[in-house]
Design a protein around this ligand. Sequence first.
Ligand code: UD1
Length: 342
Amino acid sequence: MHILVTGGAGFIGRHVVAGLFARDHAVRVLDSFRPDVHQGARPIDGAEVFSGDVRDRAVLDRALDGIDAVIHLAAKVGLGVDIGDLPDYAATNDLGTAELLAAMARKGVGRLTLASSMVVYGEGEAQCPEHGAVRPAPRRAEAMAAGAFEPTCPHCGRTLGTTLVGETTAFDPRNAYATSKVAQEFYASNWARVTGGSVAAMRYHNVYGPGMPKDTPYAGVAAIFLSALRRGEAPSVFEDGGQRRDFVHVRDVAAATILACERHTTGVRAFNVGSGTPRTVGDMAVALARAVDGPVPVVTGRFRLGDVRHITADSSRLVAELGWRPAVAFDDGMVEMSRAVG
Ligand code: UD1
């Protein structure tokens, strides 16, 4: 197929482009090469590259010429620095997707694979011993400052046990980035209904691996820990380190994205993309410190109000419907990342 990858010069994008070439697709990349994301624009071997913004209609029309399917990865990621980030998330992610969809309709391109995120579920669902499956109450700054990090039952205030969230769990975005990911999914569904196009919304878990952005306010925790370790400093673990995530390797994420692009051809479908094995942030810090033989992580008790406590996905739909299997084991992935250049 002829595939356009927006954001193809980014962390996940470069692995997707490499995977597409390995499967003999023709690849075109549209990337803005924003300086706050790309420290130096490295070339992408073999791909036809358009440097431009997904909000630029003229660029979009040229980039979509002769294209069969779009993988839309271009987005502003991360939690954001402060509330002043709101307009940039809306402009980049919401408006960017709306312009892309309108252009796909103009050019008759009917197949979309969209980078979404596990953060659309917020705190997800959890088990109360008395009230069963509940949506955890928002965490309060005063409680967290007092060291009470676990979300509680909105009815009785009891501490909750976690479950793996499936794709039918209701949206509950709790920061600007999460809100923009929900919006992207809704815009794409609107587009699919009107045009008859197909959408695979890939709800990525915490992606890590070679090429991960670092030293920006939008870097993920694995990259932040690795940068600290390379400076000879101990990783600084927020809260009590017990917050759970599913760290999934970027090559596995790229493979899932490519399978969805190739195999999902009708209707709108969401897929959680996680390794299936939740870890705590504290455990991840220890694994990385061990991989580089660095200082023992420090648990600081600091917190960021927009953070969710636990996000862990059930990715069995991706396995059952698209035949995906994660291939990189956590410990191997951590060692590989710790040795990667850059
Ligand atoms: C991450 C991604 C987001 C993606 C989501 C999917 C980034 C920046 N965010 O969000 O794009 O949609 O996964 O699940 O890649 N932490 C520390 N020390 C630090 C920094 C963070 O302990 O120095 C902790 C945070 O408090 C949080 C956890 O690490 O509990 C993860 O933080 P982060 O990597 O920013 O990612 P998510 O919020 O999970």
